[in-house]
Design a protein around this ligand. Structure first.
Ligand SMILES: Cc1ncc(COP(=O)(O)O)c(C=O)c1O
Length: 415
């Protein structure tokens, strides 16, 4: 992985998987535009359609339900804006969007934009302290606002904390009151099973570079009965919903990466849970006041991403810890967005109930296919020094007193 010896930021982007690499090398010299009618064009078209079939088979949907996009962000934008405009055209009163505050910015900012410019009305469902949606509250909001809702959206797995949401149940509840659901499955694909055809799921966003595919390729999985309004107009590609010449080499590598990730899912899940346990147990010794966020306990394995460890390090600014670890050759993340180079507090942790000062003191370690015990041990060796330096550098939230409780132990406990 690049020049960094220990790469613990798979959730940001994963190194190219061998299958994707082989696919890219095999097709790199492909010339044709998939829409051209001559031989090279037909070859490119064939590669796109074969890739569509392979990806569809890997994720359990019909090939016609896949629209290739430039990534997860575009898929979220099309899934949300397109569905919102289609719903409002049918039912002008239905301007509500049901969501939670833990969504990725590709969803949150899209909904915010729709609110600011298109009259959308967001309804936020509350979260438990482990980051999972409060399902009875979700259902209650659906029942109360059904007639006013254009759509609902719930991510399959959270990119910061790693919490897996009960999307199947949330979509079924939405379906009962006639509200479609879009799910951002970018972090879930290849890491936990995803049932993208579960009743009520109208669309799902996927991204290749989170599973070892190339950056710049993704997909919107869209039910055949769905007719969102297109955001891009032009050549009429992808059911006329996403015009633009497709990156045939990229989509082939995406399909290869997805096949490999899904085939390895069970074994990798067990292996990564093992590495995760090593990290969490080592962390309790190396940095005893660290707080591991997200689902925990005996039933937590199915409710979180196997390779994500998200911690609060009280009194330690996230970007300072990141910098200190980077100096030690370890790539991690605060998980939250930067504005003008300054790391903001984690909006996810705040949606889970944390105050802003705490939400600045977080670090995400995300493991993947190439991660090893040696990587975990290197982190555990470097972390106490990074934490000490960050503490000395001056915490934004005042000094910790060592009494912070672990948020992972009890669902509903304050973060
Ligand atoms: C949950 C989630 N949704 C959407 C995206 C955006 O995907 P992309 O980078 O392919 O645009 C990301 C990537 O950061 C993500 O983690």
């Amino acid at each position: 992985v690049s020049s960094t010896p220990v790469y613990l930021d798979y959730a940001a982007t994963a190194p190219l998987a061998p299958a994707a690499r082989a696919s890219i090398l095999e097709h790199l010299d492909l010339v044709g535009n998939p829409n051209s009618l001559h031989g090279p064009g037909r070859a490119a078209h064939r590669l796109v359609e074969e890739s569509r079939e392979r990806l569809a088979a890997a994720i359990g949907v019909h090939p016609s339900e896949i629209l290739f996009t430039s990534g997860g962000t575009e898929a979220d934008n099309l899934g949300l804006k397109g569905a919102f405009w289609a719903a409002v055209a049918e039912r002008p009163r239905a301007r509500g969007i049901l969501l939670t505050g833990a969504e990725h910015h590709a969803v949150l900012d899209t909904v915010e934009w729709l609110a600011r410019h298109e009259g959308a009305v967001p309804f936020f469902a509350p979260l438990h302290a482990d980051g999972s949606v409060d399902l009875p509250a979700w259902e209650e909001l659906l029942a109360r606002h059904a007639g006013d809702l254009a759509l609902s959206t719930l991510m399959w797995a959270n990119n910061e904390v790693g919490t897996v949401q009960p999307v199947v149940a949330a979509a079924a509840a939405a379906l009962r009151v006639g509200v479609p659901l879009h799910t951002d499955a970018v972090q879930a694909l290849g890491h936990v099973p995803v049932a993208l055809r579960a009743p009520g799921i109208a669309s799902a966003a996927l991204s290749a570079h989170k599973i070892g595919g190339p950056v710049g390729v993704g997909a919107l999985v869209l039910g055949r009965d769905r007719t969102p309004v297109a955001l891009q107009h032009g050549g009429g590609q992808e059911r006329s919903l996403r015009s633009g010449t497709l990156d045939a080499v990229g989509v082939a590598a995406f399909a290869a990466a997805a096949e490999a990730a899904v085939a390895a899912l069970d074994a990798e899940r067990t292996r990564l849970e093992g590495l995760r346990s090593r990290l969490v147990e080592g962390l309790a010794r190396a940095v005893p006041h660290a707080v591991v966020n997200g689902p925990a306990g005996p039933d937590a394995v199915g409710r979180r991403l196997p390779g994500t460890v998200h911690v609060t390090l009280p009194g330690c600014e996230g970007d300072t810890v990141l910098f200190m670890l980077d100096m030690a050759g370890i790539a991690s993340s605060t998980g939250s967005a930067c504005t003008a180079g300054v790391a903001g507090p984690s909006h996810v942790l705040m949606a889970m109930g944390a105050d802003e000062a705490t939400a600045r003191c977080v670090q995400r370690f995300s493991l993947g296919a190439g991660s090893t015990e040696a990587d975990v041990d290197a982190l555990l060796a470097a972390l106490p020094g990074a934490v000490a330096a960050a503490s000395a550098a001056g915490p934004a939230s005042g000094r910790h007193d060592g009494t912070v409780r672990r948020t992972e132990t009890t669902k509903g406990e304050a973060a």
